[in-house]
Write a protein that binds this ligand. Structure first.
Ligand SMILES: Cc1ncc(COP(=O)(O)O)c(CN[C@@H](CN)CCC(=O)O)c1O
Length: 429
């Protein structure tokens, strides 16, 4: 009998000490309802909750665990490094090796700075773009999420879309007035916004393949059009690759889309499950960062040895075994095609968006190409689907506004089980 009594007890206890019982809102199951599962351990493609239930994991810690959980070389590297202390607050050779590895995988990154989260990476990149151009305004896209720094929490995706938070208390007009927004894939709207704010826009920041409103793909010519606008208007083009970086390809979305950004931000995979973010790009821009320039940015634990060795080992595995990307894409395409079959058979209106190992199902009878179309899908049905799958041992992201993330430990059997569970769930709900 499927029981989650221990998770329920832990959740009740957690809420006495932690806001909402979680340390990040999207984990609370608030948008899908029910009790968030408290995970006790994980290995490969599987999570095990506090009641001993096993789940096939399609969250992968929201992206980082691309090689699978408890990947031996990463675990071993952390164990070996930890005995020499966990942080020094001084430069280390390992940080040089990490920077050189990133540069070898992403050739247009001349300089890179390590931080401890994707939020830090994106907020630092925006400050840098403003410091470099002397301009204040920037453009982001509705439904994109660039972390929880004030300037980005305007029409953002991920948890804000999940909880339908349109305006976040605590963010001043002074901050949000400089945040301009457009619909994803609407190049004409960007052109109009740029013309209306001539010479005032420091940056355009985008998720080159969006994952925070479910998976949303750039329409042909969209990203290329943004690059042209940035070139013509001397606007810094920032790729937020916290999700896509080192996941879509070794060179991330820049390689995958064959478009170079001026600055790129990283997180998730780059830390192999440890708290790591990074921002990097053109030397002439990055040289404005302290201590070289006056755009200040800092971090006590930036580049700490444990985070670096976890990230370095993960990225090395990916760089030295490029077939991992082919395998991941093949597994995702296999899953996509299997889901197409059972969804078509069910007669339920749906759309599947997929690129590389990012995929999402939208219960919609029209294409999902931006936040508005993602939000107009039947997300009530998604909630029922989520729980029907969970009961069958398939752990999907607990929100219709999140991309699924495949990890390379998934087997064909796991994918077949997921496809079968979808067929059964659609009959049940
Ligand atoms: C494209 C993109 N940019 C920046 C961030 C922020 O990264 P973090 O600060 O959470 O490390 C994220 C974080 N993603 C969410 C999930 N969609 C993290 C999960 C959470 O908030 O708990 C991101 O997807």
């Amino acid at each position: 009998m499927y029981s989650i009594d221990n998770s329920q007890q832990l959740f009740n206890r957690a809420q006495q000490s932690i806001p909402g019982g979680v340390n990040s809102p999207v984990r609370a199951f608030k948008s899908v309802g029910g009790t968030p599962l408290f995970i006790e351990k994980a290995k490969g493609a599987y999570l095990y909750d506090a009641d001993g239930n096993q789940y096939i994991d399609f969250i992968a810690s929201w992206g980082p665990m691309i090689l699978g959980h408890a990947y031996e070389p990463v675990v071993k590297a952390i164990q070996e490094k930890a005995v020499y202390s966990t942080s020094y607050g001084a430069p280390t050779a390992l940080e040089i090796e990490m920077a050189e590895l990133i540069k070898s995988m992403v050739p247009n990154v001349d300089l890179v700075r390590m931080v401890s989260s994707g939020t830090e990476a994106c907020m630092s990149a925006l400050r840098l773009a403003r410091g470099y151009t002397g301009r204040n305004k920037f453009i982001k896209f509705e439904g994109c999420y660039h972390g929880h720094a004030d300037a980005f929490l305007v029409k953002a995706g991920s948890g804000l879309a999940t909880f339908n938070i349109q305006t976040v208390p605590g963010i001043t007009a002074g901050v949000s007035n400089d945040t301009l927004t457009c619909a994803y894939n609407d190049l004409a709207a960007v052109e109009q916004l740029v013309a209306a704010n001539k010479g005032e826009i420091a940056a355009i920041i985008i998720e080159p393949v969006a994952g925070n409103m479910g998976c949303i793909l750039p329409q042909p010519g969209f990203i290329e059009g943004l690059r042209k606008i940035c070139d013509a208007e001397s606007i810094v083009f920032i790729f937020d690759e916290v999700m896509t970086g080192f996941r879509l390809a070794a060179g991330g979305a820049q390689h995958h889309l064959n478009v170079n950004a001026d600055l790129v931000t990283y997180g998730k995979v780059i830390g192999g499950g440890m708290p790591v973010g990074a921002f990097g790009g053109k030397r002439e821009i990055m040289e404005k960062i302290a201590p070289l320039g006056n755009v200040y940015q800092a971090g006590t634990l930036s580049g700490n040895p444990i985070a670096m060795i976890a990230g370095y080992t993960t990225l090395s595995e990916l760089k030295n075994n490029p077939s991992i990307y082919t395998e991941l894409e093949q597994k995702t395409v296999y899953l996509r095609d299997g889901l197409h079959k059972v969804l078509q058979a069910s007669g339920t209106p749906y759309v599947i968006n997929q690129r590389g190992s990012m995929i999402s199902i939208h219960f919609s009878d029209h294409p999902v190409t931006d936040f508005a179309t993602a939000a107009s899908a039947n997300n009530e049905l998604f909630k029922k689907y989520f729980h029907a799958m969970l009961k069958r041992g398939i752990y999907l992201p607990p929100s219709a506004f999140e991309s699924w993330f495949l990890n390379n430990a998934l087997t064909k059997e796991d994918l077949d089980k997921t496809i079968t569970a979808t067929a059964e769930s659609l009959q049940e709900i």
